[in-house]
Design a protein around this ligand. Sequence first.
Ligand SMILES: N[C@@H](CCC(=O)N[C@@H](CSC=O)C(=O)NCC(=O)O)C(=O)O
Length: 283
Amino acid sequence: MLELISEHGCYGGEQRFYRHQSTAIGLPMRFSIFLPAQASAGRVPALFYLAGLTCTEETFVIKGGAQRVAAELGMILIAPDTSPRGADVAGESDNWDLGVGAGFYVNATETLWQQHYQMYSYVLELYDLVIQEFPIKADSIGITGHSMGGHGALVMALRNPDRFRSVSAFAPICAPSHCPWGIKAFSAYLGNDQQAWRSYDASALMQDMHTPFPDGILIDQGLSDQFFPHQLLPESFEAACKQAQQPITLRRHAGYDHGYYFISTFIENHLRFHHQNLQSDRG
Ligand SMILES: N[C@@H](CCC(=O)N[C@@H](CSC=O)C(=O)NCC(=O)O)C(=O)O
């Protein structure tokens, strides 16, 4: 059951915030949803946005500047929170890159975390929930995200190409098994068996695929990003795409850092990219 927390008129549509009891997480979770005016007249395409470390369901909505173009295109935007809240795991708020605000979109298997830190399953649960509750065209759903959320978007799409028909990312963590953030999070959530990490590593997943997204993948990366390249490693994903014959547009932008000024600059390109791909018939 959905509990409406607040709603706000926005570009002729509505920006809403909801709370619901999540089966996957075993706790209440919050998400935001932008409903364009077109959604009152019938089903429309939708785009998931997965946010990065320290963010909530509100960050993208406030800082991303996506609603104006989503309103023009008639596209629903859905942004989940980035971790369980109130799981009461010892030390879960001690580090900004592990625990609260840092769920990494994985299903934890380590004893300390596994009861509630099930963010991979949560995104799929939310996917089913929003299709049921809102006027979404079920065959026209894309996914994007930033940094930790860019990693999440790539992994969710590569593992569920039947659900997410288009994918893009902003400064994603492209090879989490090989960067400090990913090694720290995967060791804690998944344990030390690095074979288990592969199913949450976009570059490793892509190596085993053949053109999963024929319409291409769009990635934007700022060259003044304080976390580039050591945490993000986009060249690993680019190389994996080449091996998998996966078309990719990886744009490198001088002068842009890791923050939301970068995202808000290029979000329009991503919305139009998804809108075009979601209209095309993959056959
Ligand atoms: N607190 C950290 C900085 C955390 C940070 O930069 N978070 C990014 C995502 S990083 C990868 O997932 C973010 O999106 N922050 C929200 C924002 O509003 O910018 C530090 O002290 O360095």
